[in-house]
Design a protein around this ligand. Sequence first.
Ligand code: C5P
Length: 235
Amino acid sequence: MEIKPPVLTIDGPGGSGKGTVGQRLAWKFGWEFLDSGALYRLVGLSATNKSIAFDDVEAITKLALHLDAQFAVREGVHGAESITLLEDQDVTAVLRTESCASAASQVAQYQMVRDALLERQRAFRVEPGLVADGRDMGTTVFPDAQLKVFLTASAEIRAERRFKQLKGKGVDANLAAILADICARDERDKNRSVSPLIPADDAIIIDTSDLSVDDVELRVLNLAESTFQQELIAE
Ligand code: C5P
């Protein structure tokens, strides 16, 4: 039987802390990191740039299949930082905007678009291991993952986190508008017919509402250390 590299999946809604925790653990383990949301954001951004309607499923599927995107690391003022390129353009900052998130969740509704990104996501599963962050990592993309975590937090708490993050960056932000965006995206992600935002049956659910990012990281780290004892010692 083929032995596949180990995978830790971290799913959940936006603002649950999964991206930060996933990235930190991947770094700690020396594993690959998949930010699957970035792929959907890139498809949404590319459609916007090319003036393709989000419901033109065939054209969006073609974009997804031929997406010219690269994830790289560069030396920034605060040390190494990850950057994302779309057709050789640095789109790291624009990718994080709420309009990109909204575009992503609209194109992500379609089975054909999701299928077009499936193999690209699975290709991240390489030795010594992978931490995969998204909505359907544990249910659809890596159903055989050895450890599946699902992070939740109330919409209000997630909106507040986003508000503070933007304020911290000096961006003018409106808490009520952020909360409305988060709720609209949650509704679309939970209610779509393909790969909706739901925990896998065998996922461990952690409510992060009253936890700091460090607390969440520690909890997932403890789970990972007991699940992947052999793999982590081997590094
Ligand atoms: O995680 P992030 O906020 O970057 O995801 C942006 C959007 O992409 C989500 O709201 C969701 O609609 C879509 N997405 C998805 N499946 C994933 C990751 C993201 O449908 N695995």
